[in-house]
Design a protein around this ligand. Structure first.
Ligand code: ZN
Length: 326
């Protein structure tokens, strides 16, 4: 990892600033609104199908809504009003001006106080519940902003939905030499999240070996790396090195939203290895709009920036196509 320090010259901090932030606690983030539709069976059915939740409590004449659908009843659709207040926008603007220009949603918490059933009509509003002290995270230094949405049926509180974001000043790499503005403003690619379960995979990649986990109990191969076998539950495993042959099993072309380190449009493939497991990776060698299901690809290891090696997949047998590495 080369992230070592935070560029802090553009970040105003100090007690006065934090006092201004704290003044937003308790202010409305969204004004009282009504759900777009009453709680209803078709939305419950679609949600359960999407989640694969077959609990019988969510169907039939006495159906209840799945409690975790709570936020769904508050959503206004693509063209709906947000109901967001000036207070919330002003708070985000204040953080922007002070250099905390990036935002990431970190987590949400829900509490369920009353079951919702088809026919219930909900109302909701939202308050800026808390703004943290300044925190330093792996992404950068900033402030966690928590909003709390209260969802009611009539006067009864049905549940609460807390939503937390981190507004932060992104970390820049140290030791960057002055370079043309377009290079300097290109953020670093996100690094893999290496943990004790997948460390062996990334150690293999560093040595230009693509290792697939194999259950020593039943022989089933698996990827991504996991502590146990989905087929037999066994916890013992070894690895086999992939041959590097594969085909495009599926793919997406990313257009939006733009992600800072990448230049859309670009194709991301789900590659089926000759060994049978699938993994996600960049597809190189053809323009993004020439990627197709079934294309044969071959493994390469590619270095991005310093210290970052990633397995990528180069399309085979289409030499007539224009070369493109995006
Ligand atoms: Zn097994």
């Amino acid at each position: 990892m080369s992230y070592e320090s935070v560029v802090s010259h553009e970040v105003k901090a100090g007690d006065e600033f934090e006092t201004r932030l704290k003044a937003y606690e308790g202010r409305r983030a969204a004004v009282a609104r009504a759900g777009r539709d009453p709680v209803n069976a078709p939305m419950i059915r679609h949600w359960c199908e999407a989640m694969g939740d077959t609990n019988p409590a969510y169907s039939g004449p006495d159906a209840i809504a799945p409690p975790t659908m709570l936020q769904a009843w508050t959503m206004s659709g693509l063209v709906g009003r947000t109901g967001r207040t000036h207070a919330y926008d002003d708070l985000l603007g204040l953080l922007d001006e002070a250099g905390f220009t990036s935002v990431v949603a970190t987590d949400c918490e829900q509490e369920y106080l009353r079951l919702l059933r088809p026919g219930d009509e909900i109302t909701f509003d939202s308050v800026i519940e808390s703004i943290s002290e300044k925190k330093t995270t792996k992404l950068g230094t900033g402030y966690f902003v928590t909003t709390r949405m209260d969802i009611r049926v009539g006067p009864d509180l049905a549940g609460t939905h807390r939503f937390r974001i981190l507004k932060y000043a992104p970390i820049r790499r140290t030791g960057q030499k002055p370079s043309p503005p377009d290079r300097r403003q290109t953020p670093a690619r996100p690094r893999p999240v290496v943990n004790r379960d997948n460390a062996g995979f990334w150690e293999g990649v560093e040595q230009h070996r693509l290792l697939v986990q194999r259950c020593t109990g039943c022989g089933t191969l698996r990827h991504p790396w996991l502590p146990g076998c989905n087929a037999c539950g066994g916890l013992d495993w070894d690895t086999v090195e992939a041959s590097g042959e594969g085909t495009v099993y599926s793919y997406v072309v990313m257009h939006h939203p733009p992600f800072p380190a990448f230049d859309p449009p670009y194709a991301v493939g789900l590659i089926e290895l000759a060994e049978g497991v699938r993994m996600i990776g960049n597809v190189l060698g053809v323009p993004h709009d020439k990627v197709r299901i079934g294309l044969p690809v071959r493994l390469e290891f590619r270095e991005y920036e310093e210290e970052l090696v990633l397995p990528v997949w180069r399309v085979q047998e289409v030499e007539e196509m224009q070369e493109s590495d995006t």
